[in-house]
Design a protein around this ligand. Structure first.
Ligand code: PEP
Length: 251
């Protein structure tokens, strides 16, 4: 096990009303016990953020958003800024999820701006990167990961690098039930760390790098037991408090 604090994040995507958020958190926080040695982060939809922050006030659970705009304010209908998130007690934000890249045409150059805005607002970014099935089959995994890391982190100062959490999420494993093997996941996470180390080796050794893609209670232990893998970004299995708790306990 490395010195890095395990990091477990629940990405609910466009799921759960305010009532369902309250119900989940009352059960999850009630059962959580002592997970003080781990970072546990829940990422509900925007409408549930304030309620979730309130429900987790006296617990080790922190709340993250699933996206934000890089500008502070302005004519960006439907968008949310970093200061709007910090003003309600949100502490982190997912950036560049593959669904946002594919369905909402989010680009690496926008992500570079978002990372700077997130870090200067004092929020913790959870930056998602990962290759498609075709790219993996064509032997392009490393090239794709390198391109994303270099472009997304381009404007981040060396001192801020270690505050970024990166989630390696192979697109072919997200929501498909097809998990990367522990060897595949560890190899990719190790590669991500080596690319960050080319910029700053101390930051790379401190940075938490997660795996995401069909993590469940049944496979969490073997994935999270790997030296290089510092935690998980969990989609489907994080919707059930008992399943997400079992994954947190496995880390
Ligand atoms: C995700 O959406 O980030 C994710 C990893 O989803 P799932 O766990 O459902 O594959």
């Amino acid at each position: 096990m490395s010195e890095r604090k395990p990091y477990l994040a629940a990405n609910w995507k466009m799921q759960k009303t305010i009532e369902e958020t309250e119900d989940f958190l009352d059960r999850f926080v009630g059962d959580i016990g002592d997970l003080s040695g781990k970072d546990i982060v829940v990422c509900p939809p925007f409408t549930s953020l304030a309620t979730a922050v309130d429900r987790c006030r006296r617990s080790p659970v922190r709340i993250a958003a699933q996206n934000m705009h890089h500008a502070e304010s302005g004519a960006y209908t439907g968008e949310i800024s970093a200061s709007m998130l910090t003003s309600i007690g949100v502490e982190a934000v997912i950036l560049g999820h593959s669904e946002r890249r594919a369905l909402f045409c989010e680009t690496d150059s926008e992500l570079a701006l978002k990372l700077v805005a997130v870090l200067s607002a004092g929020l913790e970014p959870i930056l998602c990167i990962g290759e498609s099935e075709d790219e993996r089959e064509e032997g392009q995994m490393e090239e794709v990961l390198r391109r994303q890391i270099e472009a997304d982190l381009e404007q981040v100062d060396e001192q801020a690098l270690s505050r970024i959490v990166i989630a390696y999420e192979p697109i072919w494993a997200i929501g498909t039930g097809k998990t990367a093997s522990p060897e595949q996941a560890e190899e990719a996470v190790g590669f991500v760390r080596s690319v960050v180390a080319e910029r700053d080796s101390a930051a790379a050794s401190q940075m938490r790098i997660l795996y995401g893609g069909s993590v469940k209670p049944g496979n969490a232990e073997e994935l999270l037991g790997r030296e290089e893998i510092d935690g998980a970004l969990v989609g489907g299995a994080s919707l059930d408090p008992a399943d997400f708790l079992a994954i947190c306990e496995a880390a």
